[in-house]
Design a binder for this molecule. Structure first.
Ligand SMILES: C[S@@+](CC[C@H](N)C(=O)[O-])C[C@H]1O[C@@H](n2cnc3c(N)ncnc32)[C@H](O)[C@@H]1O
Ligand code: SF4
Length: 276
């Protein structure tokens, strides 16, 4: 039997980012206890269905708490969900258990507690190092909060951190983007726990408040640039160790994240027309 990968969706956020169309809610946080109870019940039911199909306690290699903002879960809620998963499935001893976390929503105590429960990988939504871009994105934190979160996670014993960034923002120049990469490069160089950096090209989702300042022609032109960014980012950033978040590409995985970010910045400087 193929090992299972459990994805646990936590659809609660403190505030809605301007680009986001994920299934998440900012005004229903009082439903969090009931939601966690329902999710635990569903984990148990899926385990029972697998058992009925002749696969009792199926093997699970990865668990991913995605969102929304899973770092809004209380320690007791994380414990309940993981206990239920362990009761219904055979979690591999080296299972990767990831939680998406927003800078500004984590404390040293919470990080130490969820690490002790078995969460061994965190994915922080950093998005940008520039205050103006973070404001445009509607993020509830600044870059300093991201740096602080990485420091606290490292002190709590995490050695496998991913940082998400978004590029291709309205009004963003290549110099702006390189500035964010340089800041994140510096953070990764000082924090060996950062094993992976994910680069997302902004998707402007219908119905979101993200201001669209492009003409159609601009969108077309920028889409081409984004393809180039995408290819380069895959090539340059494929240095992570996540079992859950595999990218195709040919980067030498023995190279450090910092080496690969540095190569990516060089590559951007080599493409001057991107700033046109
Ligand atoms: C599942 S999301 C949520 C993670 C977490 N809630 C946060 O915001 O930090 C994972 C990542 O997808 C990226 N993302 C979300 N919406 C996007 C969009 N419209 N365009 C590009 N990237 C997006 C962001 O980098 C985000 O950190
Ligand atoms: S924190 Fe993440 S999931 Fe929540 S609104 Fe912002 S991007 Fe969307």
């Amino acid at each position: 039997m193929m090992p299972y990968a459990l994805y646990l969706h936590i659809p609660f956020c403190r505030q809605r980012c301007s680009y986001c169309d994920f299934n998440t809610y900012t005004t229903l946080n009082d439903l969090q206890p009931a939601y966690v109870a329902a999710l635990a019940a569903e984990i148990g039911q899926i385990g029972e269905l697998a058992a009925a199909a002749g696969d009792p306690r199926p093997a699970v290699r990865t668990v991913f708490f995605g969102g929304g903002t899973p770092s809004l879960l209380t320690v007791a809620q994380v414990a309940h969900l993981l206990d239920t998963a362990r009761a219904s499935f055979a979690l591999a001893s080296d299972a990767e258990i990831t939680m998406e976390a927003n800078p500004g929503t984590v404390s040293a105590d919470w990080l130490a507690a969820v690490r002790a429960l078995g969460v061994n990988r965190l994915s922080f939504g950093v998005q940008s190092a520039l205050p103006g871009e973070l404001a445009l994105l509607g993020r509830a934190h600044d870059f300093a909060a991201a740096v602080e979160a990485v420091g606290m996670a490292t002190a709590a014993g995490f050695d496998n951190l991913n940082l998400d960034l978004i590029y291709g923002l309205p009004g963003q120049s290549v110099a702006d983007w390189a500035q964010t990469l340089a800041a994140v490069l510096s953070l990764a160089a000082s924090a060996p726990a950062v094993t992976h950096i994910s680069l997302y090209c902004l998707t402007i989702e219908p119905g979101t408040p993200m201001p669209v300042s492009y003409t159609h022609l601009d969108v077309y032109k920028r889409q081409e640039e984004r393809c180039i960014y995408e290819k380069s980012s895959t090539r340059a950033m494929n240095c992570g160790s996540s079992k859950n978040n595999c990218h195709s590409g040919n980067t030498n995985s023995n190279q450090s994240t910092a080496d690969n970010v540095a190569r990516f910045i060089c590559w951007l400087e080599w493409m001057p027309h991107l700033d046109a």
